[in-house]
Design a protein around this ligand. Structure first.
Ligand SMILES: O=C[C@H](O)COP(=O)(O)O
Length: 302
């Protein structure tokens, strides 16, 4: 999110309020109440919804979520948009270390967003900065959300979509994305296996990562990439040696003009959505939460 402080606070408060309406005794009939409470429980069992505010708003958002009633405070997870490439407390003037983010209540830290690659030096071909951040996030028991995606838009006839004459665009995107993943994870598998880089909640989660597949050309665009194209790219990225050899859990979410209605077109190839503008209204965010969880939102605030 890149709102003003006031709008960030209002977004979080409204989101919690809309989710609460699912089980509010004062606003629902007895039948709706039991359905609403059940819906919230179903949401928690099926999905996690993460919110990534800027550093200034982070502790406020974390405190607001942790003060919300269960199970809303389990459904919503707070994360950061960036962190220092050094993992410990110490003299990092002007930077925020992953250790401090963990202390502030973060469970997820984004690294390598397209804007950071373009504007802040995270696009170096070796991937050193992104890799150091991934290691720092894992070392502090959080999940890195690693943003990857091809820069150029494929030609329509090579985007792998039905009616096209080939999948050259898909292959080119896969090559670019797999290169970014390799750069982000190079040399880290051994440290995960040795227990130096842990996941969030113990042995079973060690080395857990989330990839946000965001075609750079789709970020800020009116429409997302075609579902068939996204699915084809993600299937092949998932089959890459670097991911098949990664010792932790890997989830892949799609970002870039993701909006209501898109989830149903992605089949089982994706693990979630990475939302920007089309979830800036709390009503839309809550609607998409229900959509991804496959839970009817008619009783809730969606
Ligand atoms: O940070 C958000 C993503 O880059 C996607 O943005 P968007 O959905 O507004 O295109």
């Amino acid at each position: 999110m890149y709102f003003s402080l006031a709008r960030t606070q209002s977004f979080v408060t409204s989101t919690i309020s809309l989710l609460s309406q699912s089980s509010s005794p004062s606003s629902q009939s007895a039948q709706s109440r039991s359905g609403g409470a059940g819906q919230l429980q179903q949401l928690v069992e099926k999905i996690t919804a993460f919110i990534l505010p800027d550093f200034i708003s982070l502790t406020h958002v974390a405190n607001t979520i942790s003060a919300a009633l269960p199970p809303i405070n389990q459904l919503l997870v707070v994360g950061a948009q960036n962190c220092a490439a050094h993992h410990a407390f110490g003299p990092l003037t002007g930077e925020v270390s992953p250790a401090v983010l963990r202390e502030a209540g973060c469970r997820i830290v984004m690294v390598g967003h397209a804007e950071r690659r373009r504007l802040f030096g995270e696009g170096d071909p070796d991937g050193r900065v992104v890799r150091d951040k991934v290691a720092g996030v894992l070392r502090n028991g959080m999940v890195p959300l690693i943003c990857v995606g091809e820069v150029g838009r494929p030609e329509p006839e090579s985007d792998g979509a039905e009616g096209g004459d080939g999948d050259a665009g898909v292959r080119a995107a896969v090559e670019e994305v797999v290169g970014q993943v390799q750069a982000a994870l190079r040399g880290l598998s051994e440290e995960v296996l040795n227990g130096q880089l842990k996941g969030d909640s113990g042995e079973e989660d060690k080395g857990e990562i989330i990839l946000a597949y965001e075609p750079v050309w789709a970020i800020g665009a009116p429409e997302p990439a075609a579902a068939e194209y996204v699915r084809a790219v993600v299937r092949r990225v998932r089959e890459s040696e670097v991911l098949k050899g990664w010792p932790g859990r890997v989830r892949i979410v799609y970002g870039g003009a993701a909006k209501p209605g898109m989830w149903g077109r992605l089949g089982g190839d994706l693990d979630g959505l990475f939302l920007g503008r089309f979830a800036h209204q709390p009503e839309q965010f809550v609607k998409i939460i229900h959509e991804v969880a496959g839970v009817d939102s008619s009783v809730g605030g969606g």
